[in-house]
Structures are given as structure tokens and as C-alpha cells.
Design a protein around this ligand. Structure first.
Ligand code: ADP
Length: 240
């Protein structure tokens, strides 16, 4: 996925300032930067949740700028949210079935498909290690388990590119390890990741390519080993 000159202002506040950036297909990419540097706005623009004021987004050669979120999802891009979007009073299994785009097929076909979807949902729950919770209401799960449920929901649409917004935020260390292992496995199976994350140990150990935002645009990019010692990055974080 790549953007050229992506810009977005909220009133007088520039959230994205002509951001031109390319993320690498087939890799684990990370987007980091201080609070307020535009990371969430970037996610929202490239997934169609908000419209950029200017600029373009392309994915695998197709222009997806200003396409609605469901069209962008259909192009193969899935995302999770910082504050984890699950239906708290629905069961774990129903959350996954609800995550699938409604079928446009006739009712009977849709019902037949539903059995397949249920099996696929169980498959993802088992991958996440939460298959024993399929009948529990989502709100009964721990925060980390809810994040795994949300990731399973994202995977139900079989995205090629997965955007994760703070996957480790508020999650206990054991589940952080599971999330990292899953990202590595899913990446080895061919899925591309773009991760916004504050946990620098996780970013540096998990990602192949790191892009650093400051004030709405990239200021540095490269492999973790290079980014860690980049003076511009240290300056952005320390505010000097
Ligand atoms: P980050 O995710 O890196 O913390 P954000 O994209 O959330 O950064 O924010 C970038 C800037 O845009 C910040 O100054 C923030 O206050 C502002 N901003 C983001 N969303 C809105 C909004 N809906 N209304 C007004 N200002 C916003």
C-alpha cells in the first residue's frame, strides 16, 4: 500500500501533512511516532473511515482513495481498532459470523454458506486459542482475548493486508506473545501487516520495516536496527 501527498486537517489542526509513504507487500510494517503525529488519522484515511482533503492511496496498483470502507475491505484490506470493536453481548461465535460481509446471494444459498462460515469461524477461534469460549458473550472475555476475537473477526474476510491499531495495548504479556506469534505465522502464510504500536520492544522484534511519523508525515523509515539509532527519530520522541 502506498500514499502520495495524503493530507487531512481538522479545523485548524493539520493531522496529515502531505504524507507520501510506501509499505512493503509481504512484510510486517510498523508505523510509529509520538502522540498526535497522525497515525490514527492515516489508518482512518486509508481504510475509508474519513476522507482525506488531498492525496491518493493505492493498493496493489489500484486507486482506493475515497472508496467507502466496505469497498476497501473487499479489495483485501482488514483492520483492527485501538479500542477493540466487538459486540459485547453477542457470543464469541456470533461475533465472527457478524464480522463477515452480508452475502448478496439468495437466502437458501446464504444459509448453506453459513455452515461453512461457522466452520471457518471455529477454525480461526482455534488458531487464536479461544475456541473453548465460543459460546461465551464477548464481554466475558479478558481484554487480550477480546483483541484475539477482534483479530479473528478481521481474518474472517481473508484480508491480504491487515492493519492493527495497538494490538498489544493493555494486553497481558502472555497474550502479547501469542499475538506476536500469530502475526509471524500469518505473515509467513503470505499476509502483509501494518501495525501501529507504542510497545517499542514489540515493534523492533516483530517488524521488517518501520516508518516514523512526526507532525503528520514520515520523517524516517527503514529496518528496526537503523530506525533505533536515527537522530531524527530520537528528536521527534524527545521533542527536540
Ligand atoms: P496519533 O494517532 O499519532 O496519536 P492522530 O491521528 O490521532 O495522531 O492525531 C493527529 C492530530 O490530529 C492531533 O493533533 C489530533 O489532536 C488531531 N485530530 C485527530 N482526529 C481529530 C478529530 N476528529 N478532530 C479534531 N482533531 C483531530
Amino acid at each position: 500500500m502506498a500514499t502520495v501527498g495524503l493530507s487531512k486537517a481538522f479545523g485548524g489542526v493539520t493531522a496529515l501533512d502531505s504524507a507520501t509513504v510506501t509499505f512493503h507487500h509481504g512484510k510486517v510494517n510498523a508505523l510509529i511516532g509520538p502522540n498526535g503525529s497522525g497515525k490514527t488519522t492515516f489508518f482512518n484515511c486509508v481504510t475509508g473511515m474519513i476522507r482525506p482533503d488531498a492525496g491518493r492511496t493505492t493498493y496493489r496498483g489500484r486507486d482506493i482513495t475515497r472508496k467507502p470502507p466496505h469497498r476497501i475491505a473487499r479489495a483485501g484490506i482488514g483492520r483492527s481498532f485501538q479500542l477493540c470493536r466487538v459486540f459485547p453481548r453477542m457470543t464469541v461465535l456470533d461475533n465472527l459470523l457478524a464480522a463477515v460481509q452480508p452475502s448478496s446471494l439468495a437466502g437458501q444459498l446464504a444459509r448453506a454458506g453459513r455452515r461453512e462460515e461457522t466452520e471457518r469461524a471455529r477454525g480461526w477461534l482455534s488458531r487464536m486459542g479461544i475456541e473453548h469460549l465460543e459460546r461465551a458473550e464477548a464481554r466475558q472475555l479478558s481484554w487480550g482475548q477480546q483483541k484475539l476475537l477482534e483479530l479473528a473477526g478481521v481474518l474472517m474476510s481473508e484480508p491480504e493486508l491487515i492493519l492493527l491499531d495497538e494490538p498489544a495495548g493493555g494486553v497481558n504479556p502472555a497474550l502479547i506473545n501469542r499475538i506476536c506469534d500469530l502475526v509471524r505465522e500469518l505473515n509467513a502464510e503470505g499476509r502483509t501487516f501494518l501495525i501501529v504500536e507504542h510497545n517499542m520492544d514489540l515493534v523492533m522484534s516483530l517488524s521488517d520495516h518501520v516508518v516514523v511519523f512526526d507532525r503528520g508525515r514520515p520523517i524516517a523509515e527503514g529496518p528496526p536496527s537503523v530506525i533505533q539509532s536515527d537522530e531524527r527519530v530520537l528528536g521527534a520522541y524527545l521533542g527536540v
